[in-house]
Design a protein around this ligand. Structure first.
Ligand code: DP6
Length: 356
């Protein structure tokens, strides 16, 4: 698809205020490796979450400066240090939303999860902001179709942070051209569709907060280390093959096969970090202790509890809703001791972003 379909026309400015909530997401097939302009080296697939989300309000006021002009508030406090990242985002998306040059924006953002939890908020925050922008664009061009609204919101969010493309819709989304879905694209994420097995509609994700500090190596730095990485091409192929294998599993609900691929992806992601140059380790001793306890628990109980990791030390535990009782007791009694201040967040698969 050509990106020119996403270039809007100019329009007479209006006063407008809107608020959107967008969730975080957790990848099962990992995006790790990209090229300009924020395009993935391999397709990825994720669960859209429910409770971990960003709420963003934007007040659009017409102005005559013909430049992008904004203020940013986080939990009510003006944050000039967040502005450069947003400025880069607006500079990237300006050509697709040229009407933006006629506005002054006040952006008010807040996260539902604790600020220092080690949970990346770039996906949910870029998604929420992109939806506010698309909401105004839809007011300016009311004939806009719903499919286009969500595709362009995902397209804009991707230009802010790759994984943000997957935080617009739910419960499971693809991002990146792949062999199993003709509708898939590198430019925006697309929903899994109606063939998803019902066990995944409300799959649980408990996020064990092993390290609430900021990461020593950012995702963006990690992606860059895939350039010239000795295993990069094989990794991109592995991810594509894993995605093709996972889709039929997510249609039939074969949980043993699901667990195998999800854990393989998590450890393959971290294997890329261990073998980058310079190499780095984001897992911590407690990350490994939890993984071993999860494997023991599964062996002892045959309950389909598995883990995945993002680019950090925290562990996401994934399991069917029907097993909540016994798994919550296990987490409380045996795993919370490995978490910083005993903290963990209960989340589950969600339906995607919504207007607040
Ligand atoms: C390990 O989307 O945070 O979570 O595109 O540079 O903003 P940028 O990176 P980001 O990378 C996410 C990496 C990951 C895997 C994933 O979410 O697919």
């Amino acid at each position: 698809m050509n990106t020119s379909v996403f270039i809007a026309s100019a329009a007479l400015p209006i006063n407008y205020t809107t608020t959107w909530e967008a969730p975080s997401n957790i990848a099962l097939i990992k995006y790790w490796g990209k090229y300009e302009p924020q395009l993935p080296k391999n397709p990825s697939l994720s669960f859209t979450l429910s409770n971990s989300k960003t709420k963003t309000k934007v007040i659009f006021t017409p102005h005559a400066k013909n430049e992008i002009d904004f203020e940013f508030f986080f939990h009510g406090i003006q944050k000039p240090d967040f502005k450069p990242k947003l400025k880069t985002f607006f500079d990237r998306i300006g050509e697709y939303i040229p009407w933006i040059f006629s506005y002054h924006l006040e952006v008010f953002s807040e996260n539902s999860f604790p600020h220092s939890s080690g949970i990346a908020s770039s996906a949910s925050s870029m998604a929420a902001l992109s939806l506010c922008l698309m909401d105004l664009e839809r007011q300016l061009f009311p004939e806009m179709e719903t499919v286009y609204f969500y595709q362009k919101a995902s397209f804009l969010a991707r230009l802010g942070s790759g994984s943000a493309a997957r935080s617009i819709q739910g419960p499971v989304t693809f991002w990146g051209k792949n062999a199993v879905r003709d509708s898939s694209s590198d430019l925006f994420a697309t929903p899994f569709g109606t063939t998803l097995h019902s066990v995944f509609d409300n799959y649980q994700d408990t996020i064990l907060l092993v390290d609430k500090g900021s990461k020593p190596v950012s995702s963006t730095q990690g992606h860059n280390l895939m350039h010239g990485h000795p295993f990069a091409e094989n990794r991109f192929l592995q991810a594509s093959n894993n995605l093709s294998a996972l889709v039929p599993i997510m249609e039939t609900g074969a949980l043993d096969d699901f667990i195998h691929l999800v854990e393989l992806e998590a450890l393959s992601l971290h294997a890329m970090m261990l073998t980058s140059s310079p190499y780095f380790i984001l897992m911590q001793p407690n990350t490994l202790a939890i993984i071993h306890r999860v494997w023991e628990f599964r062996k002892e109980t045959s309950i389909p509890l598995c883990f995945t990791l993002d680019a950090g030390a925290n562990v996401h535990l994934l399991y069917p809703k029907q097993d909540i009782g016994v798994i919550h007791s296990f987490i409380k009694e045996e795993l919370s001791g490995f978490c910083q201040s005993g903290q963990y967040l209960l989340d589950e698969v969600g339906r995607g972003a919504k207007k607040a």
